[in-house]
Design a protein around this ligand. Structure first.
Ligand code: IPM
Ligand code: MN
Length: 373
């Protein structure tokens, strides 16, 4: 298969982690005989520094004509700490989502058997967790009208949704549930918000088209609690933009590290794949960031093009790395490896179809003493 992939490394640790995904993509291309044409472009704070815009036209055009976008991360403390900044890196990502029509953001949350003790949550609570969050991505409070009065003492952000916007993502969530455990939980705040009541009505009506799927409703405050009290109850979670942003970060605690959570953002024409973590500026350039979320986002990219065998090969290699303790320090403080080392190991494990045992000195790893950077 030929695929044109736009690579947008972005800020902070984005370049380091997405570089590991490039290794993985190149390895997959080599083994399975695909041709992935990868072209890099600027986005975020680095794009502001170089061009004045967080999403230069050149980048947007490249993304539009590519089959997929592989995104690193975005954000820089010099903007985070300055609420008066006129232009912000995040605007680049938000505009990109809107321009590409990426209305559904899909975030899988899983408890890896070998990482159960990494989570601050108890093993018996998280064991067996496997949920898929469908977060609406191009509407709601993120994109509604923003206002601030003249003397900057009153401000508002409008949360607006149309039936159409709710239906198109709800269809995807119901279809996903049909391939899993047939349950959709709508997370909203229908006891307070008119927009949430619209979500409930639309989703309730749509449910008639999916008779095998059970629909459940939870207010977001309760959902935030249920997420860590009993995460196993969830199969597919469907929710609006900001609630999805918040509960998916919360969900990352289940897996033991936010450095593991991948995501796919899809629309009718385009698709973008990115880790859910931010730019982690403190770690930038230190070779300590976990590349797994980016690599698993690459697996989602492969799945998106029905390259299921290829995607499984990537996931198997990631699982093997985790099982053997070839992980960054967020997952093991006593024995850890550098970002590029983990990336090399995973690419190598794919190449050797899971048989790369001569690659490192396992004795050190198992003694829990090794640091390879
Ligand atoms: C995410 C991020 C973004 C969001 C930011 C960087 C704009 O937190 O993808 O979850 O809020 O959507
Ligand atoms: Mn977020």
């Amino acid at each position: 298969m030929r695929l044109k992939i736009a690579l947008l490394p972005g800020d902070g640790i984005g370049p380091e982690v997405s570089q590991q995904s490039v290794k993985v993509l190149n390895t997959i291309a080599e083994i399975f005989g695909h041709h992935f044409e990868i072209e890099e472009a600027l986005v975020g704070a680095i794009a502001i520094d170089e061009t004045g815009s967080p999403l230069p036209e050149k980048t947007l055009n490249l993304c539009k004509k590519s089959d997929a976008v592989l995104f690193g991360s975005i954000g820089d403390p010099k903007y985070d700490n300055n609420p008066n900044a006129k232009v912000r890196p995040e605007q680049g990502l938000l505009r990109l989502r809107k321009e590409l029509g990426l209305f559904a953001n899909i975030r899988p949350v899983k408890a890896y058997p070998t990482l159960l003790d990494q989570s601050p949550l108890k093993r018996n609570i998280i064991e067996g967790t496997d949920m898929l969050i469908y977060r609406e991505l191009t509407g709601g409070i993120y994109f509604g009208e923003k206002k601030i009065n003249e003397d900057a003492t009153v401000a508002s952000d409008l949360c607006e949704y149309s039936q159409f916007e709710i239906e198109r993502i709800a269809h995807l969530a119901f279809k996903a549930a049909q391939t899993r455990s047939n349950k959709v939980t709508l997370v909203d705040k229908a006891n307070v918000l008119e927009s949430s009541r619209l979500w409930r009505r639309v989703v309730t009506n749509l449910a008639n088209e999916y008779p095998g799927v059970i629909v459940d409703f939870l207010f977001v405050d309760n959902a935030a609690m249920q997420m860590i009290l009993n995460p196993k109850q969830f199969d597919v979670i469907l929710t609006e933009n900001m609630f999805g942003d918040i509960i998916s970060d919360e969900g990352s605690v289940i897996g033991g590290s936010i450095g593991l959570l991948a995501s796919a953002s899809v629309g009718y024409e385009n698709a973008l794949f990115e880790p859910i973590h931010g730019s982690y500026p403190q770690a930038k350039g230190k070779n300590i960031a976990n590349p797994v979320a980016s690599i698993l986002s690459t697996a989602m990219l492969l799945d998106h093009f029905d390259l299921t065998e290829e995607a499984s090969a990537v996931r198997r290699a990631v699982e093997k790395a985790i099982e053997l303790g070839i992980v960054t320090s967020d997952l093991n403080k006593d024995s850890y490896f550098g970002t590029d080392y983990v990336g090399d190991y995973i690419a190598n494990a794919i190449l050797n179809k899971g048989d790369s045992d001569n690659y490192i000195n396992y004795e050190n790893v198992h003694l829990g003493k090794s640091v390879f950077m």
